[in-house]
Design a protein around this ligand. Structure first.
Ligand code: SF4
Ligand code: SF4
Length: 475
């Protein structure tokens, strides 16, 4: 029997990863089917999240998609709010806020996201793996099937499983495509003449192929090798972060179970070295070695160990959600200085974002002086300057907008070829053109003046623009 310190000082497990054999080949992992309290909760949550994901492209808020990230056309719709290239500062701020939120959240709660919400884990564990258990059976049967020669049973099972995997990958690929181009464009893509949509159809095939490759073969390597979030865990987690941890003080020294033995009197820990926590792990690690990069916090080992503890009449929680400090010193969770710093930054960013979104104009007006034009003086004593305007309806409803002088009130606006100053802006409409502003000379100072033009909807001021207006220099 070894002591707890022997296990802790042996760091050789960090020299290898669960999915690679000693001679450097891919070792396919066949995790045991999980069951237990956490697996049940995760299954329910996954059904909710999958429903949202698959119905999301068809949901509308004020006629706009629930979520659309059209990188190609630089149009982003988040919760029905349309973001234009002019709103880039808001998109950038949302991105920065998201990153800071993830950092803060990880510092406090570890990889809770990976185990409960990450699409990779949900697709893999709650969709593809469940189909695999249904067709190939549990771990033992899967191992037997893998070592079998290619007989009729193996061919039939492999064809059936990969056929279903490809079908689901095709559906997922199409759903992701809808989040990029929108469900209407996707419907057009699949109902129109294929020769008109070669690019879109190619994207569809590539997406489906990538998802099939990831879920049928690549699997846990996506979390361990590719995912940047997973790779950042080493710098984000500290000893107060909540992770899935093995209580080594209670579990060690581990020793096999003997019926009717008083383990405490025999100097043995609660771990009976049954290997259930390892067999059930989808990334092939032994959580008893300590926190590891490969652990996606899927909770399967908690459920497996709790079932063992129930059988040997020991309290549950030998593997549990806890921080390193909690395990080592029996300390309570603490709000660290680093956590306080991230919280302040996050609160400030959220406040700023709320302010910008709340004050986001309904109609954005951009008015710029026409290059090369200074002013024009008329015999009646009026001076005119010429500008180029652009009005964008940022709402998801048609809106009436009128240009009005705010300062000086004696000034007059004229739009060439248009009798009035009102615009009927349809959803996401853009109106642009040239405009003249006339001001009586006596209301102007020599040279550069500042004027204000407003965009109104009835009495509501939608946007306001300050402009330079040039008059002749008085000698
Ligand atoms: S499942 Fe629990 S008792 Fe069994 S080896 Fe893992 S930690 Fe030890
Ligand atoms: S160690 Fe436990 S929580 Fe981590 S990936 Fe393996 S089974 Fe999941």
């Amino acid at each position: 029997m070894s002591s707890s310190e022997d296990y802790l000082s042996d760091e050789s497990f960090r020299d290898r990863v669960g999915f690679i054999t000693e001679d450097g080949k891919r070792k396919f992992i066949y995790p045991k089917k999980p069951s237990g309290k956490f697996y049940k909760y995760r299954t329910w949550l996954s059904y909710v999240l999958l429903t949202i994901l698959f119905t999301g492209p068809f949901l509308r808020i004020n006629g706009q998609p629930f979520l659309m990230l059209n990188i190609l056309e630089r149009k982003f719709v988040i919760l029905g709010q349309v973001f234009w290239p002019q709103d880039f500062h808001l998109v950038a701020l949302t991105f920065v806020t998201g990153v800071v939120f993830i950092i803060l959240f990880t510092v406090a709660y570890g990889r809770l996201f990976c185990g409960w919400v990450c699409p990779q884990t949900i697709f893999m564990e709650m969709l593809f793996r469940k189909i695999e258990y249904w067709i190939d059976g549990d771990r033992g049967q899967q191992l037997r099937l893998a070592s079998m020669p290619w007989n009729a049973e193996k061919i039939r099972k492999r064809l059936l499983k990969n056929g279903i995997f490809y079908l689901i990958s095709f559906i997922i690929g199409n759903v992701f495509l809808m989040y990029i181009i929108g469900s209407e464009a996707w419907i057009k893509l699949v109902t129109d003449d294929p020769s008109k949509h070669i690019g879109g159809l190619t994207a569809m095939i590539i997406f489906s192929g990538v998802f099939f490759f990831v879920f049928a073969w690549f699997r846990e390597q996506a979390c361990i090798v590719v995912c940047p979030y997973g790779r950042l865990q080493g710098v984000l987690l500290d000893r107060n972060s909540i992770v899935i941890a093995y209580d080594r003080l209670r579990g060690e020294p581990r020793a096999k179970f003997r019926k009717n033995e008083d383990r405490s009197s025999a100097g043995k820990g609660d771990c009976i070295d049954c290997g259930q926590c390892v067999d059930v792990c989808p990334t092939g690690i032994d959580i008893r070695n300590g926190t590891q990069l490969e652990c996606v916090n899927c909770t399967a080992c908690i459920d497996a160990c709790d079932a063992v503890m129930d059988k040997i009449n020991k309290p549950r929680g030998l593997i549990k959600y806890a921080s390193e400090n909690q395990i080592a010193n029996g300390e309570k969770w603490r709000f660290t200085g680093r956590l306080a710093f991230y919280t302040v930054v996050l609160t400030l960013l959220l406040g700023l974002m709320g302010f910008l979104i709340f004050n986001r104009v309904k109609v954005e007006a951009t008015i710029l002086r026409t290059p090369g034009q200074l002013y024009q003086a008329y015999e009646d004593g009026t001076i005119s300057n010429v500008y180029n305007y652009q009005l964008i309806n940022k709402t998801s409803m048609p809106i009436k907008a009128e240009l009005r002088m705010i300062e000086p009130t004696e000034a007059r606006i004229m739009l060439p070829g248009k009798e009035d100053l009102t615009f009927e802006l349809t959803v996401q409409d853009i109106k642009k053109g040239a405009m003249f502003v006339y001001i009586p000379k006596e209301k102007l100072s020599s040279g550069k003046n500042t004027i204000k033009i407003g965009v109104f909807n009835g009495d509501e001021l939608l946007d306001e623009v300050k402009l330079s207006f040039y008059a002749p220099i008085k000698k």
